[in-house]
Design a protein around this ligand. Structure first.
Ligand SMILES: [Cu+2]
Length: 148
């Protein structure tokens, strides 16, 4: 190995170290770039990578499931609602008939007016499978499953 080759290797290794440092620093990269001064050209590449990785993050938008009651019956059949114990149980019932919505097990009742919606939100501290019923009509509209 010649002297020049050895020097080139050292430079390459140094560049790798600097690059790794910038990746590890993440969002602080900008300030560090100015401070480092020298290998600015090498620093640019890992910086772009960091930005790209940050953009990939999938946003977790929690959607509230909706139980639609049409002609006094659950549209598309009894709606399955799945939650884990400790979760906040949240769902909406949209109904074209006025009735009382009863969540068995938790024994929570809420009135719904024809053409309107009612939203339930409570802590899922009891595990099991529970019926959600239009109390007056005696019709099951959803099956609430809370996994232990
Ligand atoms: Cu009931």
């Amino acid at each position: 190995m010649t002297r020049t080759q050895r020097l080139a290797l050292i430079v390459a290794a140094a560049a790798l170290l600097v690059g790794g440092f910038f990746v590890a620093k993440g969002s602080d990269g900008d300030t560090t770039t100015t401070a480092a001064g020298g290998p600015a050209a090498t620093a640019v590449t890992p910086d772009t990578t960091t930005t790209a990785t940050a953009t990939v993050k999938t946003p977790t938008t929690p959607t509230t499931p909706v139980v639609v009651v049409r002609d006094g019956k659950p549209a598309g059949g009894v709606k399955k609602l799945n939650f884990a114990k400790g979760d906040e149980i949240r769902f909406t019932v949209t109904s074209d008939v006025s009735d009382e919505v009863h969540v068995h097990g938790y024994d929570i009742m809420k009135n719904v007016t024809a053409g309107k919606s009612v939203t339930f939100a409570f802590k899922g501290d009891i595990d099991g499978i529970f019926e959600v019923e239009l109390e007056g009509a005696g019709v099951q509209i959803a099956s609430l499953k809370v996994s232990p």
